[in-house]
Design a protein. Sequence first.
Length: 268
Amino acid sequence: MNARSALFDLYGDHLRTRKGEAAVSALVRLLAPLDIKAPAVRTAVSRMVRQGWLEPTPTDAGPGYTMTPLAWRRLDQAATRIYRTRAGDWDRHWHVLVLEQISNRSARERVRSALTFLGYAPIADNTWIAAYDSDEVGTVLATDRAEARAFTAEYDGDPAAMARELWDLEGLAEAYADWLDDARDLAAEAPDPLGTRLDDDELAFAVRSRLIHEWRKFLFTDPGLPAELLPAGWPGAAAAEFFDAEAARLLPGASRFVDRCLANGRTS
C-alpha cells in the first residue's frame, strides 16, 4: 500500500466524517500502523495538494490539510459505491455520453480513465454508456476542456446481454472470489474478541484499512451495475456481505484509534 492510496482511504473512510481535515502530525501517526513512514506521508500530501485533492489548513494540533470540494465529491461518491448506499432501484434507463473529439492524447486518456472509474464503458469510439448517471462527469470533462452531449435511453434488446458485452463480468467474478479468499485470511489477523486495549484498537484500524484498501480497488473495475444485469450466483454479493460484516466489526476499535491520533497534540 503506497502513502497516497492510504491517504485516500484514510480521508474517505474516517476523516470525511470528521470535518475532512487532520494535522500533518496526526496523518503520520495514523499511517504508521500501515508501515508508511513520515517522509512518504509528507511527500504524498504534497502530491495530493498539487493534484487538487487537499489544501493546507490550520488545526488545533498544528499545520494540517483539508479536503477540497473535488475530494469531497469524489470520496462521497466512492463511499456510496463502496457501501452500496445508492437510493432506489434501477429505472432501466442508460446514461449515454457522446464525446467531441479530444485531440490531445494525454487528455483523451485521462478522460477515458475517469469515465471508467465512474462506471462508464465505451460502446463506440466516442460514445460511453453507464447504468447510472454521475454528478462528476461535468468536472471530468471540464478539467480537460472536453465536451460531450448527454442522453438517457432505453435499450430495446436484452440489457443483461449488453452488459456482458461491455464489461468483463466473468473476470470481475473471478476477482471477487479471489478477494474473498484473501479477505478471510486478513480478517483472521484480528480475531474476536477484540477488546478496548490500545493495541487492539491499532490492530483493528490496520486490518480494516487493508481490507478497505483492497475492496476500494473494485471502484476501478466494477461499474456498479444493478443486480438484474448481473449473472445468477454473482460472487460479488458474497464478497460484499463479508466486507460489510468485517468493516462493521472492526469499526469501533478503528474509530477509537483515529480519535486518539487526532486528539494527540491538540491544544485546549
